[in-house]
Write a protein that binds this ligand. Sequence first.
Ligand SMILES: [Zn+2]
Length: 213
Amino acid sequence: MIFKNCRRCRHRSHSMVIYVAVCTMSLLIGCSSIRNVHQNEQCSNYPNPQSSQYILPYATGEAYPVIQGNCAPEEYPWTHYGNLRFAYDFGMPIGTTIIAVRAGTVVFVRDNFTDNDHGKNQGNAIVILHEDGTYALYAHITNKGSKVRVGQIVKQGEGIVLSGNSGESPTPHLHFQLNACGDFTKCESMPVSFRNARSGTNRLEQGEVYTAE
Ligand SMILES: [Zn+2]
């Protein structure tokens, strides 16, 4: 995903769901405040994969390549730096079933754009809130690709969306990101390990293919 600079999200609401939805919408339409952070200092510190709460975002037995990993260089065409430095892009065909990496509550859904819509305002996505207050963003999903609605509780491993190529996406893929808060303009992505990736893997490496075991 590519996020251009613009003013910070100022929308407020007494409802957390609406607040998150509005602010996430602002993110997806380009409202971001990417800071110049020293991105490499945290890029070797990942949670223990054996005790991770997270599984890969696709079905057991399936395998996909990481086409953009963490802590990318700050140059075209890379986008995973600054606030987005712990995001992963998994290359996969349009229509691949994406599963919930962790149980939670759906707080944002947008799936009205098509896979031929590539403007920065045209990325489909859903966001799920976890019990510890972290948020998962699943982006570039296909037109009408959401299987869930706002407010719905989902289980880990449940099919939630179909992948796509909407928004600022040069090739069909899933952009997955774990975030420290729901206002994606204010806080950063977080390092995440997947307990069903290759044994002992903490950081997924760009160019490698990972089977959901
Ligand atoms: Zn991405």
